[in-house]
Design a protein around this ligand. Structure first.
Ligand SMILES: [Zn+2]
Length: 251
């Protein structure tokens, strides 16, 4: 049930026919887990808070460093050295005290993920390494949680929606074999353009809102080239040999 303040705050999005009062009520009851509060997680959490998601669970074990500031615009220079989850929780409380904030200062690993995902309606992978991405993907497939995966490096961005409950929906391991050694560079090695990672994080929030509202999300893998300013969409089929999702939904 929306209050008068809610109607004032959320008025512009309530006008959207696909959103409306019913959609806003739905979002108020949802819990979204954001794993990684870097260049992807900062804009994602800001727009999810703006949308009025009821509960945001923030997962990150890192502290803010000076080299984060060009992309992670949630943090000011005075935040350097502080835990990212703490600074982000303070921002959320200032932005909208009605949002419940849960903080987890632990790494997302195969052993911690079942607890980190408990009670989640949707998960955002905003991390920056392939090992963690595969662990999050496997945990979400196992727990049947929808996952919005984002990544950025150099001038390139990438988005993928994984819906374990939907027949024929591929997972991250259908795209990239978790048992193969990774040769991909990290942002610390290859560099990254701030606005590219910011755009991908913002679009993760958009896809999350669409999923929570029950709207269709675009299928396939989406890649953005920030130098050529071009989007590409790649069809991605569920792999019958996928070590993660091939046998996850036999029943
Ligand atoms: Zn798969």
């Amino acid at each position: 049930m929306l209050s008068d303040q809610d109607f004032l705050r959320y008025g512009r999005q309530l006008l959207l026919p696909q959103w409306g009062e019913a959609g806003q009520n739905t979002l108020t009851r949802k819990r979204v887990v954001i794993i990684g509060l870097g260049g992807l997680g900062c804009p994602a959490l800001q727009y999810l808070a703006g949308a009025g998601i009821g509960t945001l669970r923030l997962v990150d074990a890192d502290t803010v460093s000076l080299s984060n500031l060009p992309r992670q615009t949630l943090y000011g220079q005075q935040a350097v050295g502080r835990a990212k989850v703490e600074v982000a929780a303070e921002w959320l409380n200032r932005h909208n005290p009605a949002i419940s904030v849960e903080v987890e200062t632990r790494m997302a690993t195969a052993s911690t993920l079942p607890r980190l995902l408990a009670g989640a309606d949707l998960v955002l992978d905003c991390t920056d390494n392939l090992t963690t991405r595969h662990a999050i993907n496997a945990a979400c497939v196992k727990a049947g949680k929808p996952l919005v995966s984002g990544a950025a490096i150099g001038w390139q961005g990438q988005l993928l929606v994984i819906q374990p409950g939907v027949a024929d929906s591929p997972c991250f391991a259908c795209l990239s074999d978790p048992n193969e050694e990774s040769h991909s560079a990290s942002c610390a090695e290859a560099g990254v353009a701030g606005p590219v990672v910011g755009a991908v994080g913002t679009l993760q929030a958009l896809l999350a809102i669409q999923l929570l509202l029950g709207l269709d999300t675009p299928a396939g893998l989406h890649r953005f080239d920030g130098l050529q300013f071009q989007w590409q969409r790649f069809a991605l089929a569920k792999s019958p040999d996928c070590p993660v999702c091939a046998n996850a939904f036999c029943e």
